[in-house]
Design a protein around this ligand. Structure first.
Ligand SMILES: [Zn+2]
Length: 111
């Protein structure tokens, strides 16, 4: 189904190729319907599948991971798996900044 106006802001929709960024990497240009007003981008299903396939090829897929909390002395530690650590270029001894957004979300910022 082709959209003429944006569902978010009722702006005009144009078809164009846009760069797709996933986890900070540019996966290439893909056809999308883009709102000229709020820049909202919508990809068709086959394009979404193609993007998923490319991100899998690049090893960016499935980086979301569950981790268990361990007791380390009086503190607790969370193990970050090898894939994510490599992707983020995290090395032993490196300092990161932790901040909690709310009671359910902890952000790890790499300076
Ligand atoms: Zn819009």
């Amino acid at each position: 189904m082709e959209r003429k106006t944006c569902e978010e802001c009722a702006g005009k929709i144009v078809k164009k190729k846009v760069d797709y960024h996933f986890l900070g990497e540019n996966l290439g240009k893909f056809p999308a319907e883009v709102c000229t007003q709020c820049s909202e981008q919508v990809f068709e299903e086959d394009v979404t599948k193609k993007i998923a396939a490319i991100s899998k090829q690049k090893g960016l897929w499935g980086l979301n991971d569950r981790a268990r909390v361990n007791q380390i002395g009086g503190s607790v530690g969370i193990t970050i798996n090898k894939k994510i650590a490599q992707f983020l270029s995290l090395k032993k001894g490196e300092e990161v900044i932790l901040y909690h957004e709310n009671k359910k979300r902890l952000i790890i910022q790499i300076p």
